[in-house]
Design a protein around this ligand. Structure first.
Ligand code: KG4
Ligand code: ZN
Length: 343
């Protein structure tokens, strides 16, 4: 491996088109993210067809911007890394095809990256000095919720995952019930600040087969019933008492976040880990961070830096460096896009 290895990373799993250039796994020279929130906002969620079209339009300009920001040319790049799953199949194909094309044209190796693993690596690259293994990885994003035992970078064991909705998805769906714009997570967090979390006794699902699995779909339905009645026929309770929205948000948020805190801390105890590494957009929630500190202030919590918590390509490029270091060979050009990837 060269002393200074430059990896160009591409991310297009969902509704962000991103390209980053990272030196030696942690040194971010460019981290360009083109968000599609404006496009999907009016639908209250991501519309896959629209996401794909936008990726096609914007990916090449995003790559060009990353190269300009990093002040490098394509010839300077050593490795191409790309998220090849999990995600929306059409969206993945666009990033993967671009990465393979660059790899062939430049005659440089290319590495396919698991987007969820990269979310955890985002915290590692944010604070490399704070990391010690084994650690419990806590993925809380719009598409995924999982607890993973991290033995080392590239060595994982799945502890638990959601059996239905992801936690960020639950935030977004509850926001929709409350007529709040997409993405709902930040809106719910803001409203919850001045709400009474004990006003509604919402409960997350219990998964009997695995105490570490999550279920958020029943919680979302409980919020719907509380707001609009069992058949959705009742006038929203927000009409008669608009201020109650704060209590709904606080009660929902408390139920969802305490479930993550409880299960993550239980996993840390069972697997003898003092370090918890967090990834995904819901890590932006400050209340989540406070709750971990309140319940157990003695553990080592490693959170991603702000620019690395939502979908980005720096985490893809950074992790690509480590995978190449381990294997010293790129992936075959036959590598396929995957809507799900097992650990
Ligand atoms: O990791 P991410 O960019 O997407 C996936 O890979 O799925 O995360 C986006 C998710 C959205 O569901 C959004 O509502 C949620 O992260 N989110 C939050 C907050 N900020 C973003 N959820 C709760 N509180 C927040 N402050
Ligand atoms: Zn993500």
């Amino acid at each position: 491996m060269k002393l200074n290895t430059l990896v160009l990373g591409i991310e297009s799993t969902c509704d962000e088109t991103a390209c980053a250039i990272v030196r030696n796994g942690t040194d971010i020279l460019a981290n360009v993210i083109s968000s599609q929130i404006d496009l999907h906002k009016e639908y209250g969620g991501v519309v896959p067809e629209l996401a794909c079209r936008r990726h096609v339009d914007i990916l090449i300009p995003v790559i060009q911007e990353a190269l300009e920001t990093a002040d490098v040319t394509l010839e300077d790049i050593d490795i191409i890394a790309v998220a090849h799953g999990p995600g929306l199949i059409g969206a993945l194909l666009i990033g993967l095809t671009a990465a393979k094309t660059l790899s062939i044209a430049l005659d440089k190796p290319f590495i396919g990256i698991n987007h969820i693993e990269a979310h955890l690596y985002a915290a590692v690259m944010s604070q490399p000095e704070a990391i010690s293994f084994p650690a419990v990885g806590v993925v809380v994003s719009g598409g995924h919720t999982a607890l993973v035992l991290i033995k080392n970078i590239g060595e994982y064991q799945l502890i638990g995952q959601t059996i239905d909705d992801a936690i960020g998805e639950a935030f977004d769906k509850v926001a929709k019930i409350l007529d709040l714009p997409y993405p709902g997570g930040p809106q719910i967090e803001a409203l919850a600040k001045t709400g009474n979390k004990s006003r509604f006794s919402f409960k997350p699902g219990v998964v009997k087969t695995n105490p570490y699995d999550f279920s958020f779909s029943g919680l979302k339905t409980a919020v719907l019933y509380a707001v609009k009645g069992q058949r959705g026929e009742q006038a929203s309770i927000l009409e008669s008492d608009p201020a109650i929205i704060h209590d709904v948000a606080a009660s929902f948020q408390h139920a969802a976040l305490s479930d993550v805190v409880k299960k993550a801390l239980l996993a840390a105890k069972e697997y003898h880990c003092n370090t918890l590494i967090f990834g995904g957009g819901v890590t932006n929630n400050q209340r989540l961070r406070e709750m971990f500190d309140e319940v157990n202030p003695d553990l080592n919590y490693v959170w991603p830096l702000l620019g690395l918590s939502l979908d980005n390509a720096a985490m893809i490029a950074g992790l690509g460096y480590h995978h190449y270091l381990r294997r010293e060979v790129g992936d075959s050009l036959d590598l396929e896009a995957r809507t799900s990837i097992s650990w």
